[in-house]
Design a binder for this molecule. Structure first.
Ligand SMILES: [Zn+2]
Length: 167
């Protein structure tokens, strides 16, 4: 099922206990979540790689979604995949942006390649190894264009604040 408005699209699929929601586009307007949540739902997966932007209206709406999930599927773990850098910033800034219990599966890290002089975001995934919770735990990341090691463009461990309560 695909629902949406002109800027944001949500592709929703479900099996017995899992609801998956893939968001695509820009979250700038009110948007009701019509996901088939129930008390049997034990995992709600958000795939966020293609989410490009979120303004204050989007943030408020996201908060409504989170409350709706906690209410309709109180035991569900919220699983987050492919969180873009801007989403990580919001997560770190806003109290209970994602309510517990949640689990981060992968996120994007702002990087810079000195050789190419290009800033980019690189995916860090728990499929390869446990997710870093501190700068010194970051794996070596190579530039997709030239193969050089990338500089990580974050100032401190505070970038990983969102990992603190992740299962
Ligand atoms: Zn490069």
């Amino acid at each position: 099922m695909v629902v949406g408005n002109s800027r944001l699209e949500a592709e929703i699929s479900e099996d017995l206990t899992t609801v998956r929601i893939r968001l695509r586009g820009q979250f700038l307007e009110p948007f009701e979540l019509t996901a088939p949540l129930s008390v049997r739902t034990d995992t709600v997966v958000f795939e966020l790689t293609e989410l490009e932007r979120m303004n204050s209206v989007g943030v408020r709406q996201w908060d409504h979604w989170m409350r709706a999930i906690s209410k309709s599927a109180p035991k569900a773990v919220i699983e987050l995949k492919g969180m873009p850098g801007f989403f990580v910033d919001l997560f770190n800034l806003i109290h209970e942006f994602v309510p517990e219990p949640y689990r981060v599966e992968s996120f994007y890290l702002p990087c810079y390649c000195e050789q190419c002089e290009v800033s980019s975001e690189t995916l860090v995934s728990s499929a390869d190894e446990p997710l870093p919770r501190r700068v010194e735990q970051l794996p070596a990341l190579a530039c997709g264009t030239c193969g050089q090691q990338l500089d990580v463009d974050i100032v401190s461990d505070r970038y990983f604040q969102f990992m603190k309560k992740s299962l």
